[in-house]
Design a binder for this molecule. Structure first.
Ligand SMILES: *Cc1c(COP(=O)(O)O)cnc(C)c1O
Ligand SMILES: [Zn+2]
Length: 413
């Protein structure tokens, strides 16, 4: 049996039992938080049970997840999460940021942060006896669902905009999902996937709709806590840079730290700094205008994973930043390309959306929001192999030569 929980609407605060609702608040359509039975957990669970077990995946946190173990032994589903947190000594020096760490999510089985959410949603789908799972995706969420569903033998249907990067579409197809490309935006695919789930009784994974995605994503906060916060004492508050599209990663991180706080295992929540692309900055705009309602934009950025017209978890994404004393930062596509080059030179190959967190740090340094004493974590959310086209755009082209030493010498010296 998993831990007891109820759903609570992030907006109106009404609570519901898991048998009453499946996705969002029936009153106002807002996202539901999963509220665990913290009293029982506090009484029965000591954190050493988690690190003592030494499980090298997000399944080490099963006692804090509202799902049962989905099985999938000896498959990629068992190696989601527990990603490395790296101190990057040379990068620290180059940036003059001596307390910098990078959390690299590219080691997840489908090479992005989205595996965390899909793993937990699939566990839930299994408990519900779902006949199929469906999601709209700009690419990574779909790949995560398709890949992990394939590992479990679950049927998956993925709706992506036809403009998604081709490598991402290739990955979806190879995992054997039913892939349908929508002649429209991510937002069009999103609405269609909800209709399809209703019509055909599939379980819908959509980000900012399914309450279990944030529960999967919160495991990254647990890891940052285990790997760093509970070990390294600092006088100044921690700051975590998070790329934001729909706002579900930042909401999930907030949820994870909040869980730890409820359990009395973490005193101060780290500051969350959301980073958006200038051309897709609906949440950042609302934040700086002091509004809680989010006006959609016409998203335009090369960072396709954070290109969103209407952020589906925007309300909670604002809350995550407000409640932790963080802020929102916007960066240009040029800043993102520059950050990709910078990370690459020190050994991290990331897709544009992941580089946004580095671009956000650079911007925060320039604005004086971050000083050299601040302990900082950058969340690198996806591998560069997800979008080699963007990498080629960031890099200068390689010279082509005749196969002769003199020709090689000419270009090298
Ligand atoms: C989905 C995604 C994001 C943004 O997450 P949201 O929950 O949409 O804010 C950032 N980076 C990568 C690589 C992603 O796939
Ligand atoms: Zn509500």
């Amino acid at each position: 049996m998993s831990v007891d929980f109820v759903f609570r609407c992030a907006y109106c605060g009404k609570t519901f039992t898991p048998s009453q609702v499946t996705y969002t608040c029936p009153e106002d359509g807002h996202n539901l938080d999963v509220v665990l039975d913290y009293d029982t957990l506090h009484r029965d669970l000591h954190p050493s049970r988690i690190w003592g077990a030494g499980e090298p995946s997000l399944w080490r946190y099963l006692p804090l997840l509202p799902v049962e173990d989905p099985g999938g032994e000896d498959t990629p589903l068992r190696r989601v999460g527990w990603t490395p947190l790296e101190a990057a000594p040379r990068l620290r020096e180059a940036l003059n940021q001596p307390f910098l760490w990078l959390k690299d999510e590219s080691s997840n089985p489908t090479a992005s942060f989205k595996d965390r959410a899909s793993a937990v949603v699939l566990a839930r789908a299994r408990e519900m006896g779902a006949r199929g799972v469906v999601t709209a995706s700009t690419g990574n969420a779909g790949a995560a669902l398709a890949g992990l569903a394939a590992a479990l033998g679950q049927r998956a249907v993925i709706l992506a905009p036809r403009t998604a990067p081709r490598p991402k579409i290739a990955q979806l197809l190879l995992y054997g999902a039913r892939v349908v490309l929508v002649d429209g935006t991510y937002d069009d695919a999103y609405d269609l996937s909800i209709q399809a789930a209703e019509a055909w009784g599939w379980y819908c994974r959509n980000t900012g709709y399914n309450p279990f995605t944030a529960e999967g994503k919160k495991t990254a906060a647990f890891e940052i806590w285990e790997q760093l916060l509970r070990r390294v004492r600092t006088s100044r508050p921690w700051t975590i840079f998070v790329p934001v599209g729909d706002g579900n990663i930042i909401s999930g991180l907030y949820k994870g730290f909040w869980d730890l706080h409820q359990l009395g295992w973490l005193e101060h929540l780290p500051r969350l700094f959301g980073v958006q692309a200038e051309g897709s900055a609906a949440v950042a705009r609302a934040f700086h205008a002091g509004r809680e309602d989010i006006e959609p934009v016409r998203a335009h950025t090369l960072a396709d994973s954070i290109a969103v017209d209407l952020p589906r978890d925007g309300y909670r994404a604002l809350r995550a930043v407000r409640e932790t004393g963080g802020t929102y930062i916007t960066v240009s596509d040029d800043d993102i390309l520059e950050a990709m080059r910078l990370l690459g030179r020190f050994g991290w190959f990331v897709e544009p959306a992941a580089a946004a967190s580095m671009a956000g740090l650079r911007q925060a340094q320039t604005l004086g929001l971050i000083t050299l004493e601040d302990p900082v974590v950058l969340l690198l959310t996806g591998s560069g192999l997800k979008d080699p086209g963007a990498a080629l755009q960031a890099a200068s082209p390689a010279p082509i030569i005749e196969p002769r030493l003199s020709a090689l010498e000419r270009v090298l010296h």
